[in-house]
Unconditional design. Structure first.
Length: 299
């Protein structure tokens, strides 16, 4: 969660902020794009799509719930106030295309979907894997492909592996409400003779600190997040082996919202203009780019 010039977007975004920056992040890395990123792509309002935004949302703007503790996707800059990251940039770009103000609200990960169901927020953008179970309560518009990675102390002293039974009997940290906590570890536990000691934390910062402090032997996290945590850890963490279980991240939308189809069209507009690729390149995430965007891809 992340000094070079940030991506310039032709729109406004208001940020409701809380919490603190990840202490593992150096002050000058809080908005650092990939060194290979080129000049910002021109991102502009699409008048035809903007005309379809419900009048109430044009007036109030769109509230986007996000767990702002998940670099490089969403996190606080070194000022502890500004939200930056790949998803934050994508939020602002979509707001520009749709001609509507977006507000990023810092919300605990496991509270985002209930907040959408209650109408507190219009969107949830927080590295949600699009799963059939989650599609029972919200709709998803896919925008990125990621897997799960195993984060371990540097040198991997316990020779842990992402697959097999090497995590049996080990203390493993995960984010509360994550796919790793709800699906991955419960499935692994069925084959373990010695139970996995699962530690859940409200955000990615807690997960990383559990490993660096020795409270956990390893952590399971989304692949871009684990790679970034290792890179920014000052040599304290590394990713063991390859990622697995790749699946798309989706923008969470309340069931049957008018925004669902508009978001898919706005993403297609961004891809056609090059803005989508620009956002991912800024954060070194080009490998996760999708060829096409789907609604409820899991089903």
């Amino acid at each position: 969660m992340s000094a070079l010039r940030p991506l310039v977007l032709l729109g406004s975004a208001t940020l409701l902020l809380a919490g603190c920056a990840d202490p593992s992040q150096p002050a000058d890395a809080s908005t650092s794009p990939s060194s290979g990123a080129s000049a910002a792509a021109p991102i502009a309002k699409n008048a035809a799509l903007a005309a379809k935004v419900p009048a109430a949302l044009k007036a109030s703007g769109i509230k986007i719930a996000s767990d702002v503790s998940y670099p490089p996707m969403d996190f606080f800059a070194s000022d502890n106030k500004t939200v930056v990251g790949a998803e934050a940039d994508l939020d602002k770009a979509l707001g520009t295309v749709l001609g509507v103000k977006v507000t990023i609200v810092n919300v605990p990960f496991d509270s985002i979907l209930p907040g959408l169901q209650s109408g507190k927020y219009q969107l949830g953008v927080s590295s949600f894997t699009d799963t059939a179970e989650r599609e029972k309560v919200v709709d998803f518009v896919t925008y990125f492909d990621a897997g799960t990675s195993l984060l371990v102390p540097a040198g991997n002293p316990k020779a842990l592996k992402p697959g097999g039974d090497s995590l049996c009997g080990r203390a493993v940290a995960v984010a509360k409400g994550s796919t790793q906590a709800l699906v991955d570890l419960p499935a692994r536990a069925k084959t373990c003779k010695t139970p996995i000691k699962v530690s859940t934390f409200p955000d990615g910062t807690g997960v990383n600190l559990a490993v660096t402090s020795g409270r956990a032997d390893a952590a399971l996290a989304d692949s871009p997040v684990a790679a970034y945590a290792a890179k920014q850890s000052g040599g304290k963490l590394e990713v063991a082996g390859d990622s697995y279980g790749n699946a798309p991240f989706g923008i969470a939308v309340p069931k049957n919202s008018e925004l669902t189809g508009l978001l898919k069209s706005a993403l297609e507009d961004l891809k056609a203009s090059g803005g989508y690729q620009q956002v991912l390149a800024k954060w070194g995430l080009q490998s996760g780019a999708l060829d096409k965007f789907e609604i409820n891809a899991a089903s």
